[in-house]
Design a protein around this ligand. Structure first.
Ligand SMILES: Nc1ncnc2c1ncn2[C@@H]1O[C@H](COP(=O)(O)OP(=O)(O)OP(=O)(O)O)[C@@H](O)[C@H]1O
Ligand SMILES: [Mg+2]
Length: 181
């Protein structure tokens, strides 16, 4: 379940300013039906997370959970950071639920993983991430992967086995420019 984030609650494709052809193409790709993986690379503050939430705001309904006193998105799309995936896996190890820890991320019709590269990168983390990426690759479930790092750097960070699946037939975009933060 993805919590509605105050900063991005009104983020949309319309209020994202496209200054380069790559940005325009990226917005077009995100606004169209997603059938392949999408990799978005770019420096800080160029609006990568804005676009992730614009996607959620367009495609998901919102739902208020009284017990948590917060709004959540519900729908076929799950947004997460890679660190949250790792934290979830670790909680699974601690509570003996490691078999099911990744299920939400595995089964999401569209999974958005932000901040790729900002994880520790131990071997056991990579094994879990491999399970996730391989599952989604086999089931042909698209993933939108977002990073401050370039494709080559992501390949180094995630390793070849994961990257090969992530970048298979993927649309790749690089957003250039100064931070708008
Ligand atoms: N092209 C843009 N048009 C409109 N607003 C933008 C644009 N780029 C960034 N912003 C705004 O700038 C702020 C920073 O954007 P965001 O957090 O999405 O950057 P980011 O690329 O995810 O950065 P980081 O890599 O540091 O996470 C947000 O408030 C976002 O709405
Ligand atoms: Mg971001």
């Amino acid at each position: 379940m993805t919590r509605v984030c105050d900063r991005f609650k009104d983020a949309s494709f319309d209020n994202y300013i496209c200054e380069t052809p790559a940005q325009r193409k990226l917005v077009e790709a995100l606004a169209a039906p997603i059938t392949r993986n999408i990799f978005i690379s770019g420096g800080v503050g160029v609006g990568k997370t804005h676009l992730c939430y614009a996607f959620l705001n367009k495609n998901c309904k919102r739902h208020y959970l009284k017990c948590l006193n917060a709004w959540f998105y519900y729908g076929d799309t799950v947004y997460t950071t890679i660190k949250d995936i790792i934290d979830c896996v670790k909680r699974g190890w601690q509570t003996g639920n490691s078999d099911t820890a990744l299920d939400t991320y595995k089964e999401a019709k569209i999974l958005i993983i932000d901040e790729i590269g900002l994880q520790y990168g131990t071997d056991s983390e990579r094994i879990e991430l491999y399970e996730l990426f391989n599952y989604r690759y086999c089931e042909e479930l698209p993933t939108i992967a977002v990073s401050n790092f370039t494709k080559d750097e992501v390949i180094q960070i995630l390793g070849l086995r994961i990257s090969d699946r992530l970048f298979s037939h993927a649309l790749e975009f690089t957003i250039e420019g100064e931070s708008k933060r």
